[in-house]
Each structure stands twice: as structure tokens, then as C-alpha cells.
Design a protein. Structure first.
Length: 143
């Protein structure tokens, strides 16, 4: 079974891009937050992910090399209607890019807001759960 990571974006972004809103960077270079960097630099390898996508509150599903500009959009602070539309957009993008999702196990490096609208449609996933400084994970296999 293939394993793909889904990594939440970060409110901490490239400082140069923040000062020059016309600057575009690959999505993987835009986000500089600790959790994002740890997921990309260590978590994906630890869980044996063959690739990953970034979950952006503004753009939806991003490939690491998608070129984006600095923005300020916290999905957790957006209206529920926006979150629902965003989740549907992400799910449709996953289907369009990956095709049949039933043979993929997703590793979710993100909080609930970034997966709650589509997680029940995924047959296989690993979700990291953060509590203070401890990280545990929950695995869901096909029901």
C-alpha cells in the first residue's frame, strides 16, 4: 500500500516573502514553522511516506513545488462554511491527482480542522495526536 503524507501549512512563513508580497516561492520553502519543518524533514521518512502534499488554509492542497505567495489565512479562524468548502476542495484535489484513494494510507501531520471534513472518506490513515509535548498516533484501517 502506498503511503502519502498530508502536512498542515504553518503560520510562520518566509520573512523575505512577507516583506515582498510579489515574491513567489515553492510551497515547501514558504513555510518555516517548527511542526511543518519537523514533519517534512523527519516525520515523512519515519512513517515511510513516498511523497506528501501541503494543506494550505488559503490554497487548499499544494504540491511541495507549487509556487505561492505569502498570505495570512488561518483555517481554524475561518467560518464553518469556508472550512466545509475547503475540505471538499481538498478531497476533490486528492481524487483528481491520486485517483482511487482506497489503496493509499494517508499520514496526517495536521490538526482536526485540516482533516475533519474528509477523513471519513479515507479508508486508511495514520493520525498524529499531540498532547503537550507527547505525540502519539492512531491508525485506521479499512472498516
Amino acid at each position: 500500500m502506498r503511503r502519502i503524507g498530508l502536512v498542515a501549512c504553518s503560520s510562520y512563513k518566509n520573512k523575505e516573502a512577507k516583506n515582498d508580497h510579489g515574491m513567489e516561492l515553492p510551497a515547501s520553502e514558504m513555510y518555516t514553522g517548527h511542526d511543518f519543518r519537523n514533519a517534512v524533514e523527519h516525520g515523512l521518512e519515519h512513517f515511510g511516506c513516498e511523497g506528501y502534499f501541503i494543506l494550505s488554509g488559503k490554497y487548499g492542497l499544494l504540491s511541495p513545488d507549487d509556487m505561492i505567495r505569502w498570505y495570512d489565512c488561518d483555517l481554524r479562524k475561518m467560518p464553518v462554511s469556508y472550512q466545509k468548502e475547503w475540505s471538499e476542495k481538498v478531497y476533490k484535489s486528492l481524487r483528481k491527482i491520486l485517483g482511487d484513494l482506497d489503496d493509499i494510507q494517508f499520514v496526517l501531520f495536521c490538526g482536526e480542522t485540516y482533516y475533519k471534513g474528509y477523513i471519513e472518506r479515507l479508508k486508511h490513515w495514520i493520525r498524529l495526536k499531540y498532547k503537550m509535548m507527547n505525540i502519539t498516533f492512531e491508525i485506521r484501517e479499512e472498516r
